[in-house]
Design a protein around this ligand. Structure first.
Ligand SMILES: NC(=O)c1ccc[n+]([C@@H]2O[C@H](COP(=O)([O-])OP(=O)(O)OC[C@H]3O[C@@H](n4cnc5c(N)ncnc54)[C@H](O)[C@@H]3O)[C@@H](O)[C@H]2O)c1
Length: 312
């Protein structure tokens, strides 16, 4: 068996893909999540449970901390819950690592740390001013990590990106545009677009994000005792209408698009500059929106044919 890696939140969308990739690379893995994974042995536990983390977070080279609440809209309604799960949960993982001599912590932060950017593409050292409690918790998780790097000699890596997509994405509820549009077009429902559909965002394929996590792990090995943060971006933002067109083309079916008034404070263009990740991690995104969306459409059509459409 290879080196052991602990993944928190490994029963989720990213976690499942990351665990598979780590196993393929020869790592031994341990998943800690609130819910059982369909595919991997899971320690079913809450990362906020400090006593339990002390017992479970042992004997590993590194921890990928993916356990998090992720719904920005929900965070506006329930900020305290996000503070508990995301910030307190992170503290409990870091403290268990410190107690048990594990010092490499890698995590999926978010481009939500920037809030409304002062320029686009956003660079890592641009202003961070989150516009919702979700982004605030991600920024606080980064600050907590960097303080453990300084105070306790940890090695920390934070990866910041916008919209992740790919096969096997089954969030409940699903608020992400690509899986929602696929379902709506497949079922012949109306596709809701706020404004004229020209708003551009960065959509990044799961295989590219998993690859960045593996590269970050290697990077941490050769850059110990430092705090490192990287934007991950395709640098090719796509509009809402581009996504609709990609789904239509992959499905061979027209969407019934309905435009609603633009939402206030919705920036026209939002994406990040990933030069630092290109240079330091040796990472770039490879999957085009067209190919990525085609793969996801094929996945969902197969999934619904096999399972019916009630699942998601
Ligand atoms: N999906 C995106 O577009 C996106 C973008 C940027 C960053 N991220 C980050 O990537 C990570 C993974 O996202 P995802 O899309 O796979 O989300 P997900 O909801 O599919 O997975 C998160 C997992 O964490 C688990 N979890 C939540 N709170 C927990 C707790 N207190 N204790 C133990 N387990 C807990 C959940 O059960 C779930 O399995 C998150 O940290 C998220 O903030 C996601």
């Amino acid at each position: 068996m290879g080196k052991r890696i602990i993944v928190t939140g490994g029963s989720g969308f990213l976690g499942t893909h990351l665990l598979r990739a780590l196993v393929a690379e020869g790592y031994e893995v341990k998943n800690i999540d609130l819910r059982q994974s369909k595919e991997f042995d899971t320690v079913v536990a809450d990362v906020q449970d400090k006593e339990r983390m002390l017992v479970e977070i042992t004997d590993a080279e590194a921890v990928f901390h993916l356990a998090s609440l992720i719904e920005a809209g929900e965070s506006v309604k329930e900020p305290q819950k996000f503070i508990d799960y995301n910030i307190d949960g992170t503290l409990s993982v870091l403290d268990a690592m410190k107690a048990n001599g594990i010092s490499t912590f890698l995590f999926s932060s978010s481009a939500a740390v920037y809030g409304e950017p002062i320029r686009v593409p956003i660079q890592e050292d641009d202003r961070t001013m989150p516009i919702n409690p979700y982004g605030m918790t991600k920024l606080a998780m980064e600050a907590l990590l960097s303080s453990y790097v300084q105070a306790h000699g940890f090695t920390g890596v934070a990866l910041r990106y916008f919209n992740l997509y790919g096969p096997e994405e089954h969030h409940q509820p699903e608020t992400h545009a690509i899986p929602r549009f696929i379902k709506q077009i497949y079922e012949g429902q109306e596709v809701t677009i706020w404004g004229n559909g020209q708003h551009q965002r960065d959509y990044i394929h799961i295989s590219d994000i998993v690859d960045a996590h593996l590269k970050a792990l290697k990077y941490a090995e050769v850059h110990p005792a430092g705090y490192h943060y990287f934007n991950l971006s395709t640098e090719k933002p796509s509009s809402v209408l581009d996504i609709v067109a990609a789904v239509e083309s992959a499905m061979g079916k027209k969407a019934q698009v309905k435009h609603y008034p633009e939402r206030p404070g919705d920036p026209l263009l939002l994406y990040a500059d990933a030069s630092k990740a290109h240079v330091e991690l040796g990472w770039s995104a490879h999957v085009s929106l067209q190919n990525g969306v085609k793969e996801v459409v094929e996945y969902f059509v197969r999934y619904w044919e096999e399972n019916g459409q009630n699942g998601n």
